[in-house]
Design a binder for this molecule. Structure first.
Ligand code: TNX
Length: 487
């Protein structure tokens, strides 16, 4: 049965504190308006647009005295720059935060409390106070195995920000394709970004520098940081197809559109390798205002361990040289890492890859274990899309774990955050992306935001159930998991 009014706590991720007041519901009358100081005007406009969509009312934005007020003040209790407070009373609604980033988070919460079609034109009364558990709450989209256009990437971004995801990692290069234009190396995209360069020959394409910059700006407006990944020294067949001088013997290699991994490698003892890599890292860093640059480092099965160490020792400092903090898949922790480097842990079975050692030396870690957080795993054995090398990952499985327990020696204080990667070998369309992400992305988003002690599977599944009719109304494709009693 569908409620006629949303409950104040029907929010994902669950806020730190929710105090409902059934006597304080706010009626969304035709005269509802939003006010904000100039510095928060942009946020107020975004909120007004959401209110217009939900109510059909005009919802003007003014400088003061709106019935919904967006305030840049407090909470100053050390909750970080994403902390916010929402007060919903019969006469007015207040959104307050110390930063526009916090206000944006508040708007995402309030958005989930707006009535869906057929529900009463009210916002449930009470107070919410909130701040995130982790600074990094990411998702990854693999553009290399299947390219998604800028419009499709923006649409995914629009979906994930609702759940307070604040990093979008773009896997830009792999064996099949190269998806970002690099000055001085035009054949990367001319040859390896063309038609037919995705898995099974579907989904070629690439981002021009301009498109990438526009995407970064679009994300920035939504307080999302783009994390570009150039996967090295393995996963480089597409680069070697474009530039045969990047192979060990200088001989041409053939394009590959199968989904094997681990067969390609840059050569650790050729200077051509490092000239190429430094050019690419410099250009990507120059195009990227965000803090991070991801250099891959995973599954370099055809790079001998000694060569891997040689390569990584030279390449790991390069993002820092160009002003970026380096992230790499956890394999890179086999090497002594430069200060501030962030290993991203993806393993299924806990194993000593050097990640705990890195944590003991003060490195922060991103947790994305494949058997819990990979959005490309099948939901169950009958899933039409996805892989299953890390097992099948149902909704409870994606929710009911904790990143601070995952790896001995990597506790709460060592975690930068969590990420839900979406590899695209089996995906062909934005509808496929939505189907794999919804609802599991919501689980990872809540793990990243909500205090550990406040998380509960039964509560999550009940809240998740309320999103079904909204997603249906919006035309979002989601997996109607039988684990959820969808409204
Ligand atoms: C492993 S885990 C990969 C990717 C694949 C993915 C498919 C990791 C860092 N690399 O190359 O696309 O599995 O699930």
């Amino acid at each position: 049965m569908r409620a006629t009014l949303r409950r104040l706590g029907d929010v994902i991720p669950l806020p730190v504190s929710v105090r409902p007041d059934a006597a304080a519901n706010f009626h969304l009358s035709p005269t509802v308006s939003v006010s904000a100081v100039p510095a928060a005007r942009d946020i107020a406009e975004q909120l007004a647009e959401l209110l217009r969509e939900a109510t059909g009312h005009p919802v003007p934005v003014t400088g003061a005295d709106g019935s919904i007020r967006v305030l840049l003040e407090g909470p100053d209790s050390g909750g970080g720059d994403e902390a916010y407070r929402i007060e919903i009373a019969p006469a007015e609604v207040t959104l307050a935060a110390a930063t526009t980033r916090g206000l944006f988070a508040a708007v995402q919460t309030l958005r989930q409390l707006l009535p869906a079609a057929g529900q009463r034109a009210e916002i449930p009364g009470g107070t919410i106070e909130d701040r995130p558990r982790f600074a990094y709450r990411g998702t990854m989209l693999d553009l290399a195995r299947h390219f998604f256009t800028p419009a499709e990437i923006r649409s995914y971004l629009d979906t994930v920000v609702r759940f307070k995801i604040n990093y979008l990692h773009l896997h830009l290069t792999d064996d099949q394709g190269w998806r970002l234009e690099i000055p001085g190396w035009p054949r990367l995209t001319e040859i390896s970004g063309g038609e037919g360069t995705g898995v099974d020959g579907a989904g070629g394409g690439f981002l021009t520098r301009r498109e990438y910059a526009d995407l970064v700006a679009y994300a920035e407006k939504r307080f999302v940081t783009i994390v570009p990944e150039i996967d090295l020294p393995g996963h480089v067949n597409a680069a070697q197809v474009a530039y045969p001088e990047l192979t060990a013997d200088g001989n041409p290699v053939t394009p590959r559109t199968d989904d094997e991994v681990g067969y390609s490698s840059l050569s650790a003892d050729r200077e051509e390798t490092y000239a190429f890599v430094e050019d690419v890292i410099r250009e990507v860093a120059a195009l990227t205002p965000g803090e991070f640059l991801h250099i891959g480092g995973d599954e370099a099965f055809s790079t001998p361990p000694e060569d891997y160490r040689t390569f990584m020792s030279r390449v790991l400092p390069l993002p820092g040289k160009y002003g970026k903090r380096v992230i790499g898949w956890h394999e890179m922790a086999a090497v002594d890492l430069p200060p501030a480097a962030v290993p991203q842990y993806w393993r299924v079975e806990p194993a000593d890859d050097g990640v705990a050692r890195a944590a003991s030396r003060g490195h922060q870690v991103i947790m994305s274990p494949a058997d819990r957080s990979y959005l490309d795993m099948k939901y169950d054995k009958d899933s039409p899309l996805g892989l299953d090398w890390a097992g099948v990952v149902g909704v409870e499985r994606s929710y009911d774990w904790d990143p601070a327990d995952r790896l001995p020696g990597v506790g709460e204080e060592s975690l930068l955050g969590v990420e839900a990667p979406l590899w695209s070998e089996t995906l062909r369309s934005p509808a496929d992306v939505q189907f794999m992400a919804l609802p599991r992305l919501c689980a990872i988003a809540e793990i990243g935001w909500t205090p550990r002690g406040a998380r509960d599977w039964q509560s999550f599944r009940a809240r998740l159930a309320t999103f079904g009719p909204r997603w249906t109304a919006e035309g979002l494709n989601f997996y109607r998991s039988p684990e959820i009693d969808w409204e």
